[in-house]
Ligand binder design. Structure first.
Ligand SMILES: C[S@@+](CC[C@H](N)C(=O)[O-])C[C@H]1O[C@@H](n2cnc3c(N)ncnc32)[C@H](O)[C@@H]1O
Length: 207
């Protein structure tokens, strides 16, 4: 009988495998989950307006674009910018329908055209992260600073291995310093991550 089908050990074990896979994926994609949460709260008016243009500065492989357009299609339109041709090649491969541009982000002249400017783990790798952030904030009305890594002392650069084992300098932000800078022009909404050492910040220019 059909109802007995569900009572076997094998089917329970098989379902457990599926569920384990789903739970593992959920844990791994905390960055996506936090981004969706910030966007839901912060930009609900734009997303409901059915046409929000989002630009992702330092988009890497463009996975946020793939995820955002999958979840919010057709209400969100995504552009990714990265100065690495290899990253943009990967992004086009992952998200063939996406719009990507290979350039230094300082070369973007029209950030004001996008309803949301987001960036994740890019500004902190610049030689002058504070300068980069100030430049970004001066031009954009709504900004999502995603996956900001914090330190309890003053902001400081640390040297860390990259994906390939080479090293890169990355800035860990002091929360008060970044809030002081960000709140000069914008009101700031904080989305703490479970670890508390990472936050996503949503900034909206004050009228
Ligand atoms: C650590 S990766 C982060 C990628 C992706 N945003 C993420 O969160 O997974 C940093 C990315 O920023 C890009 N990047 C660094 N400086 C940049 C610049 N001045 N203009 C454009 N892209 C830049 C790098 O090429 C790299 O793809």
């Amino acid at each position: 009988m059909m109802s007995d089908t569900w009572k076997g050990k094998d089917i329970a074990a098989a379902q457990r495998l599926v569920v384990d896979g789903e739970l593992a994926a959920l844990k791994q994609s905390r960055a996506l989950w936090m981004l969706f949460r910030a966007l839901d709260v912060f930009a609900v008016d734009l997303v409901e307006a059915e046409y929000a243009k989002i630009i992702d500065i330092g988009c890497g492989c463009g996975h946020y674009g793939w995820a955002l357009e999958s979840l919010y299609f057709p209400r969100v339109h995504y552009w990714g910018v990265d100065f690495s041709e290899a990253m943009i090649d990967q992004a086009r491969d992952l998200h063939p329908a996406g719009r990507f541009c290979c350039c230094d982000f300082y070369a973007i002249q029209d950030l004001w055209r996008y309803e949301i400017v987001m960036t994740s783990q890019c500004i902190e790798y610049l030689e002058e992260p504070l300068e980069g952030l100030s430049w970004l904030l001066a031009q954009a009305d709504r900004v999502i600073l995603h996956k900001i890594r914090l330190t309890s002392g003053p902001s400081k650069k640390v040297t860390e291995p990259t994906y390939c084992g080479e090293t890169a300098d990355v800035l860990l932000w002091n929360m008060d310093e970044i809030l002081r800078l960000a709140s000069q022009l914008h009101s700031v909404q904080i989305f703490p991550w479970p670890s508390r050492k990472i936050v996503t910040l949503a900034l909206r220019r004050r009228d």
